[in-house]
Write a protein that binds this ligand. Structure first.
Ligand SMILES: [Zn+2]
Length: 441
């Protein structure tokens, strides 16, 4: 291990923990301010609890929340329910943490059109994510001031939309000096990540030079900000890891991953976000996708958008598009790689790259989990990748698992997702910061 790699191992987790600790302290302060609130604690009882840590579920559990946070959780017999608690029996149902999308985008798109970034559009999309049970979204790029402001205002029991973390603009430079200066400017905004793109779009555009991404990595490290990388090719991804990248934001899709790659990932304890639905979205509209008939999709779908995606001429253009067909061919490689990596003990972090046109926020996170199951992961691995595992990958100390002290961001499903991850579609209730913000129609 190089000196710099050793430095990363020692250095990065500590800074992430500091961030997590800061948000806990901040949350505690806000809780104190609102202890005069007249809202009573809520106890969810008689329920199967999957707590997001990856451990065996509690079959007959109780969860108590107050002031936005979980104050008790455990077996029915082991939890003291406060006398003033409002009880809700959830017999036969399953409780999980809210899902975390470790690679999304928010705020820019309306219909199939970009360029609509605003506070209103952000809130509309964060509400949409929330209605699908995606209670936290890490937006990896194209974030503007309104997104940073919403992030800074969300650490409160009053929150009723998905939590948002931001990267600012996706950074690109021609020279190391330019890279360093861009990181310095972006760091002033206090982003949660720095995001760069190392890809040649299947040979159609120039790729960022190694000296430039090394400069991005070193400067991000200097500011204690983790570096998330968009990649495509195995060899680029290996070199990005050697350069100090902290989060692999897409699947390796050109070839199957090898032992050297697995070792590099494990050495640095890095997380890998498959974004299988991103790949799907590049070609799936060449025909009418099966999910256009799924009621779980249709309940939030915009008819005008579906009509556009169904236009025969548009479908034909996608069939004739060389890039779309190459991405289509790369999806099975991406699916094989996520299984190889999960089997090798690499932490997978559920992420979709949803948000750009025709990558449907909320629904695509479920589709991503279903595709992870098709790739061979078991439901517990997938749920962990979408909850506690994702939180650990993103340095979020305050959400992602159902444990005392965390925000009460949680989901109620009528069917057990451990039997089949497709049961996530039986989502009935979404709670954010201890309030039920959504009930299935
Ligand atoms: Zn992205």
């Amino acid at each position: 291990m190089t000196f710099k790699a050793a430095l990363h191992t020692l250095h990065k987790p500590q800074s992430w923990l500091r961030t997590a600790a800061r948000s806990l302290i901040c949350g505690a302060a806000l809780s104190l301010l609102t202890t005069t609130s007249s809202a009573a604690p809520v106890a969810l009882t008689d329920v199967r609890i999957i707590d997001g840590t990856g451990t065996t579920p509690i079959e007959n559990g109780v969860l108590v929340m107050d002031n936005g946070r979980i104050i008790a959780i455990g077996d029915a017999g082991s939890v003291d329910i406060p006398a003033d608690a409002r009880l809700q029996s959830l017999a036969g149902k399953t409780l999980t943490p809210g899902f975390i999308n470790t690679h999304g985008h928010a705020g820019a798109v309306r219909g199939l059109e970009s360029g609509h970034y605003s506070r209103d559009n952000l809130i509309r999309q964060l509400d949409l994510y929330a209605r699908y049970g995606v209670t936290t979204v890490i937006s990896l790029g194209d974030d503007e001031a309104e997104g940073f402001a919403l992030r800074d205002q969300q650490n409160t029991p009053a929150l009723d939309r998905a939590r948002l973390y931001v990267a600012g603009p996706v950074l690109s430079a021609q020279t190391p000096d330019e890279a360093r200066s861009l990181v310095d400017t972006t760091a002033e905004l206090s982003p949660d990540f720095i995001k760069i793109r190392v890809d040649d779009n299947l040979g159609r555009t120039p790729k960022m030079l190694p000296a430039v991404y090394r400069a991005f990595s070193e400067r991000a490290d200097h500011h204690d900000i983790p570096l998330a990388v968009h990649t495509y090719y195995l060899e680029d991804t290996k070199d990005l890891i050697r350069a100090g990248a902290d989060f692999i934001a897409h699947s390796v899709r050109d070839v199957h991953v090898d032992d050297e790659f697995i070792e590099l990932m494990r050495d640095r304890n890095l997380c890998y976000s498959p974004t299988l639905t991103r790949e799907l979205s590049t070609f799936v509209y060449e025909n009418e996708p099966a999910f256009f008939a799924d009621p779980f999709f249709l309940r939030e779908a915009d008819t005008a958008v579906l009509d556009t995606l169904r236009e025969p001429a548009r479908q034909q253009r996608m069939r004739d598009n060389t890039a779309a067909q190459q991405y289509k061919a790369s999806l099975p490689i991406a699916m094989a790689n996520v299984k190889i990596l999960a089997d090798a003990g690499v932490q997978i972090a559920m992420g979709t790259d949803s948000g750009p046109p025709a990558r449907f926020q909320g629904y695509f996170e479920h589709l991503e989990m279903w595709m992870m199951q098709d790739a061979g992961l078991d439901p517990m691995q997938i749920l962990h990748a979408a909850t506690g595992g994702a939180a650990a990958c993103m340095g979020l100390g305050d959400t992602g698992t159902l444990e005392v002290g965390k925000w009460a961001d949680l989901l109620v499903m009528s069917e057990n997702p451990l039997q089949d991850i497709r049961h996530t579609r039986s989502l009935e209730q979404v709670w954010i910061a201890g309030k039920q913000v959504h009930t299935a129609p």
